[in-house]
Design a protein around this ligand. Structure first.
Ligand code: WT7
Length: 686
């Protein structure tokens, strides 16, 4: 532990509960699931059909990464080729600044490779996006040519508004085709997009708009998910008001009229807001691409960490493009013309890499579904699979558990014979849900690719390749090509063979996070200082005797709610902003459907009534500050918090109380006031 502290030299040693057993907490789940092997037969068109095929290619990718990746990159259009020594990285802070470089000297364009290249290769009239609305019967299809034309129009409008290479455009949209189109339009002219998930609140949107000084916002009147329409424009207006007070003004707003929220129901500000359907059709449908350096930033995407405000993770053009394309191709065995469906929203990294860029780079047809998968009933997802004859279905464990809870009949009433590959992402999948997805969802014939990755990794790093080896429910299995994972112990020593430790990456892959927008130092501290020389993932993992990885969950103070990362610090700070609250501490606990739920301990000022009304108010406060998905599931009025003599909250104790495992509290002798624990136990459930 001491060494970690020395190397870290700052807060990570504190937020990393290495000496607190969050690792063992989760490993008990995973440990039970070692045995069962499932051999789903599948013949991959990529030619990787055995572990031997994989080993051969994997070995090459590790021994000669520069050669391997440049070979992969050749499938794309580059305006200028990379230099001979195109790849370099430094993960060692003692050697100097952390940096990663791929395809140095090369220039390319993401929008060109996603659209123009496909049109040139004869896929202009092939469907690019199959859009399905929230309400049954609402749908729309766009060919590659149509998406290209529309992307050009939006790009031309952005240019007209003064957006230039390197500027940042904020996008706050429902999941309509215009959302990935806006992303592609930014990419075409070298502007960075910053997509903010439509479920984020006005405060959260405001801080993201200000964070990258987006003068242009692309938004919509509203959106439709489930029964009630979402008032996006109202939230966007509130966000822009907040930003204005903070001294930052959005200059122009491109406003898309969503049928669920007609024009007449929203206000628009003259001189700032323009209607999409009025200005975009007038733009030219051709727009020359801006050829960009491989290392030019492509986008930023905010994500929560264990401390402080969300960070703007930056990905760059060339490396991210190649990783998105190659991982989609091999993991989903994706070929041009395949109908592929990733259920994520573009507001998250999965929607960037595996709904938009990955499928388009492979010339596939990407299904885009705006609504909730259980609307109007839990058969919807399978109905869409049947309607579009989906071949690959990529979704999240939380959704699988929800569907499972509704029973098999909703699934079996639809024809699923088109399905060939299933995928999951976002959190460890429990073996029971895995088996249900496999047997019921996929009729016991589709391999499940349990893909492990992160916003910062840009693409999938640990995953099965379909048909190449037998699966084990709950294991993400083996590293993808060019990925070099290691497990380290709490002192940063690599663990050989089977064992359990903290998951790190020893070398760079093309879509490694490049920086945190405007704060390179924070990126170095967050990912490269816990264990010098390694990229620190924040996850624990076990490796079995076959070399398979079993991700056990976060080892830092990040809670994974339904596959979405929620930083404890953010929720705590929202709660603490209430005038009746003195202190708050937030931990995760096992939740049947969400994977983890949010458990908040709240200390109130003297004399404040501990009412149900106040609980409601506090939950609403978190919703307002962050978004609905971050609202605590449980609020516990805490008479005090367990703190060490140095004032650090002992979260391990809070986690045990939340999960009713108080018999395993461990050593509490270092608490400043050990009686706090009994008081917390007495007040639980009140
Ligand atoms: C965290 C990253 C990457 C897209 C979605 C989430 C957890 C992700 C898995 C998996 C176990 C997983 C990790 C990771 N996670 N995939 N297959 N098995 N855990 O992206 O919000 O950046 O969160 O999600 O804890 O660190 P994210």
């Amino acid at each position: 532990m001491e060494r970690v502290r020395v190397l870290a030299g700052h807060l990570t040693a504190d937020c990393l509960d290495i000496n607190e057993p969050s690792i063992s907490r989760i490993s008990t789940n995973a440990a039970s699931s070692q045995g069962n092997t499932v051999d789903a037969r599948y013949h991959a068109r990529t030619g990787i059909n055995s572990r031997g095929d994989y080993e051969k290619m994997y070995k090459r990718s590790i021994q000669d990464p520069a050669g391997f990746w440049q070979e992969q990159a050749q499938a794309f259009t580059w305006q200028r080729k990379w230099e001979q020594k195109h790849m370099d990285f430094n993960f060692d802070r003692w050697k100097g600044e952390i940096g990663i470089e791929f395809f140095k000297g090369g220039t390319t364009n993401m929008s060109y490779n996603c659209l123009d290249r496909n049109v040139k290769e004869g896929r202009g009239s092939q469907i690019c996006f199959l859009w399905e609305g929230n309400d049954v019967g609402t749908d729309r299809r766009m060919t590659y040519q149509q998406v290209l034309d529309e992307t050009c129009r939006v790009a031309n409008w952005l240019k007209q508004e003064g957006v230039r290479k390197g500027d940042c455009v904020a996008i706050y949209m429902p999941l309509v085709c215009e959302l990935p189109i806006a992303m592609l339009a930014c990419a075409r002219i070298g502007a960075l997009h910053s997509v903010v998930f439509g479920g984020f609140s006005a405060e959260a949107l405001a801080s993201r708009i200000e964070g990258c000084r987006s003068k242009v916002l692309v938004t919509a009147t509203g959106g439709a998910r489930g029964k009630k329409p979402i008032e996006l424009k109202k939230i966007a207006d509130a966000a822009m008001d907040i930003s204005k007070k903070n001294g930052f003004q959005v200059k122009s707003v491109l406003l898309y009229e969503h049928p669920a929220m007609p024009k007449s129901k929203v206000s628009s500000q003259q001189g700032r807001d323009v209607w999409y359907h009025e200005v975009i059709p007038k733009q030219s449908s051709s727009c020359a691409v801006e050829w960009l350096d491989a290392e030019a930033p492509l986008f930023l995407l905010y994500t929560s960490g264990s401390t402080g405000k969300p960070k703007g993770v930056v990905h760059t053009t060339g490396g991210y493009m190649v990783m998105a394309a190659v991982s989609t191709k091999y993991v989903f065995d994706l070929q041009p013309g395949d109908v592929y469906w990733c259920t994520a929203d573009c507001g998250w990294i999965t929607g960037h890499t595996y709904l938009t860029y990955g499928p388009l780079l492979n010339g596939a047809t990407s299904v885009v579904y705006e609504g909730v998968p259980t609307h109007p009933d839990p058969s919807r997802i399978w109905q869409i699979v049947e309607k579009y004859k989906v071949r690959q279905l990529y979704t999240a464990p939380t959704l699988i558990r929800t569907l499972e809870s509704h029973g098999d009949e909703f699934v079996t009433r639809h024809n699923r014979s088109s399905l060939k590959i299933l995928g999951t992402v976002g959190e460890p999948i429990n073996p029971r849900a895995w088996e249900w997805f496999y047997k019921v969802g996929g009729e016991g014939r589709c391999p499940i690719v349990d893909t492990w990755w992160q916003t910062e990794t840009g693409g999938i790093l640990i995953t099965p390749l379909p048909g190449a080896w037998a699966l084990k429910p709950g294991s993400a299995t083996l590293p993808f090509f060019g990925v070099h994972p290691v497990l380290v112990d709490d002192k940063g020593r690599e663990i050989d063979g089977s064992g359990e430790g903290i998951l790190c990456m020893k070398t760079a892959w093309p879509s490694t996070i490049r920086t945190i927008y405007g704060d390179h130092k924070r990126m170095e501290e967050t990912y490269f200082s816990t264990f010098n020389g390694y990229y620190f993932t924040g996850d624990g993992s076990r490796r079995d005797d076959q070399g398979f990885y079993w991700i056990t969950g976060r080892v830092d103070d990040v809670i994974n709610v339904s596959g979405h990362r929620v930083g404890t610090a953010e929720v705590e700070s929202a709660l603490q902003s209430h005038e009746q609250v003195i202190e708050a501490a937030v931990v995760g606990y096992d939740h049947n459907i969400k994977g983890q739920g949010i458990y908040a301990y709240v200390g109130l000022h003297e004399g404040v009534e501990r009412s149900a009304q106040l609980k409601k108010e506090l939950k609403a406060l978190v919703r307002r500050e962050i978004g609905a998905f971050a609202a605590p599931d449980v609020l516990h009025w805490a008479p005090g918090l367990p703190k060490t003599r140095s004032g650090k909250i002992m979260r391990r104790v809070l986690r045990k109380i939340a999960t009713k495992e108080e018999s395993q509290l461990g050593d509490t002798s270092t608490l400043a006031d050990p009686s706090v624990v009994d008081k917390l136990l007495e007040t639980r459930g009140q």
